[in-house]
Design a protein. Structure first.
Length: 377
C-alpha cells in the first residue's frame, strides 16, 4: 500500500522598499484568490503592524502579524514558528509572506527553504516565487540617473539603496509599481536600470499593484540552486556558519551584528495620543514632511471628526489621508508609525499639532480631509 504524500503548500515571498505597494498587492491576492485558500504572514518593523490591521478587514483568521523587527534577521525563528502554528490551526493551500520594507529577501528565502539553526519549516512548504514590488516614482531617489548602473556605488546618504538593490536582484517576478505617477519614457529608463541589475525576473508594469494573480502565485520560478549560487546568499550562509557557539543571533546579521534597521540608519517611532490633532495643523504637517521621513502610516484622531478613524499613509512624496472607519467601541486614540532617519524632532512636531485650549476647530465639512495622493517632486 502506498501512502499519498501531501502536496506541498507553495509560498510567495513579497519584498520591496517601504511604501512600494506590497500590502496593496497582498490585498489584491486576498480579494481575488481564485480557488485558493490563502494565508498571509505580514511583517512590519514597527511596534504596531498597520499592514496587518489594514489586511485584517479582508481575511482575519488567516493573517499572522509579525511586528517590531524584521523577518530577515531578528524574527527569523518567529517566522518559522508562526507558519508552523498557522498550519496546525488553519487549512490553507497557499501562503503569502509580506516582508517589511527594510527586509533583505535573501535571508528570508533561506529561512523559507532550509529553516534556521533553531527550527525548520515542515516539509509540506515550498518556496515557489519571490516577488519584489518597486516604486517606479521613488526609484531615482535611490539611484543617481547620471551614474551608470550597476557600477554606481551605494550612496551612504541613502542607506536603503543597498536593500533596494538586493530586493531588485533577488526576485523571480518584479512589479514596477506606481506607473501612474511616471511618464512612459521615464518608465523605460527605470526599467532599463532594473534590467541592468536583474536580467532574469519577469517585469510587470503596474498601477496599484494590479497584476493577474497567476503572475505571482504558483509560478514555480524560485530556483534554489540559482539562489544558492548568488553572492549575497553565500555571504548569508557564511555569516551563519562562522558564528561561535552560543552566539545569540538568528543566523543573519547585517555585517556586524546590527539589525537591518541599524545597519541602514533607519529608525522607527510610534506616536500615540489620546488627544486629537487639530485638523489644519496636522494637515500642514503632512504637507511639510521632513525629507528624512521615509514612510509614515497609521490611524489618526482629528478633532473635526470625533467618531472617525483617519487613515494616513505617506510613502516618499505621496501622502494620503482619509476616513477609513469609526472608532466604535474603542476609545479614539492616534497610533502613528514613522520610519526614517533622525526622527528626534518628530514627536515634538506632532505634539504641536494636538488641539490646545482656545483652538477653534473646523467642522468635518470644512476640514482638509480626505486628501488624495499628494505628490510633490
Ligand atoms: N499613486 C499610486 N499609489 C499607490 C500605488 N500602489 C500603492 N499606492 C499607495 O502607496 C501607499 C503605500 O502602499 P502599500 O501597499 O501600503 O505599500 P507597502 O509596500 O505595503 O508599504 P510598507 O509596508 O510600509 O513597506 C498607499 O497609500 C497606497 O495606496 C500606485 O500604483 N500608484
Amino acid at each position: 500500500m502506498t501512502s499519498e504524500q501531501p502536496v506541498p503548500v507553495p509560498i510567495t515571498l513579497v519584498s520591496g522598499p517601504l511604501g512600494a505597494g506590497k500590502t496593496t498587492l497582498v490585498n489584491r491576492l486576498l480579494a481575488d484568490p481564485g480557488d485558493r485558500r490563502i494565508a498571509v504572514v505580514v511583517n512590519d518593523m514597527g511596534e504596531i503592524n498597520v499592514d496587518a490591521e489594514l489586511l485584517a478587514d479582508q481575511s482575519e483568521e488567516g493573517i499572522v502579524d509579525l511586528s517590531n523587527g524584521c523577518i530577515c534577521c531578528r524574527l527569523q525563528d518567529d517566522l518559522v514558528t508562526e507558519i508552523t502554528r498557522l498550519a496546525e490551526v488553519r487549512e490553507f493551500d497557499y501562503l503569502v509572506v509580506e516582508a517589511s520594507g527594510i527586509s533583505e529577501p535573501i535571508p528570508i528565502a533561506r529561512t523559507l527553504t532550509v529553516g534556521t539553526d533553531e527550527a525548520s519549516l515542515p516539509e509540506r512548504f515550498t518556496l515557489d516565487t519571490t516577488v519584489s514590488v518597486v516604486d517606479a516614482y521613488g526609484f531615482w531617489k535611490a539611484f543617481d540617473p547620471e551614474e551608470s548602473l550597476p557600477d554606481a556605488a551605494p550612496d551612504p546618504e541613502r542607506p536603503l539603496t543597498e536593500v533596494l538593490v538586493d530586493q531588485i536582484e533577488f526576485c523571480d517576478v518584479l512589479l514596477l509599481n506606481k506607473c501612474d505617477m511616471v511618464h512612459d519614457d521615464e518608465l523605460d529608463a527605470v526599467e532599463g536600470a532594473i534590467r541592468e541589475l536583474q536580467p532574469r525576473a519577469t517585469v510587470h508594469r503596474t498601477t496599484y499593484s494590479d497584476v493577474d494573480p497567476t503572475a505571482v502565485l504558483e509560478t514555480g520560478r524560485f530556483d534554489f540552486e540559482a539562489a544558492q549560487r548568488r553572492q549575497g546568499w553565500k555571504e548569508t550562509l557564511a555569516g551563519t556558519e562562522n558564528e561561535s557557539p552560543g552566539h545569540d543571533s538568528h543566523g543573519h546579521d547585517h555585517g556586524d551584528g546590527r539589525s537591518a534597521a541599524d545597519a541602514h540608519g533607519v529608525e522607527s517611532l510610534v506616536y500615540r495620543s489620546e488627544d486629537p490633532f487639530h485638523p489644519v495643523r496636522f494637515d500642514a504637517w503632512l504637507d511639510d514632511w521632513d525629507g528624512d521621513v521615509v514612510r509614515a502610516k497609521g490611524f489618526v484622531w482629528v478633532a473635526s471628526r470625533p467618531d472617525t478613524v483617519l487613515g494616513v499613509s505617506q510613502a516618499g512624496p505621496t501622502v494620503q489621508a482619509g476616513p477609513i472607519g469609526e472608532w466604535g467601541e474603542d476609545d479614539p486614540a492616534t497610533r502613528f508609525v514613522v520610519i526614517g532617519r533622525s526622527l528626534d524632532g518628530v514627536t515634538a512636531q506632532l505634539d504641536d499639532c494636538l488641539v490646545r485650549d482656545g483652538d477653534s476647530v473646523p467642522s468635518a465639512d470644512a476640514d482638509p480631509f480626505p486628501r488624495e495622493a499628494n505628490q510633490s517632486p
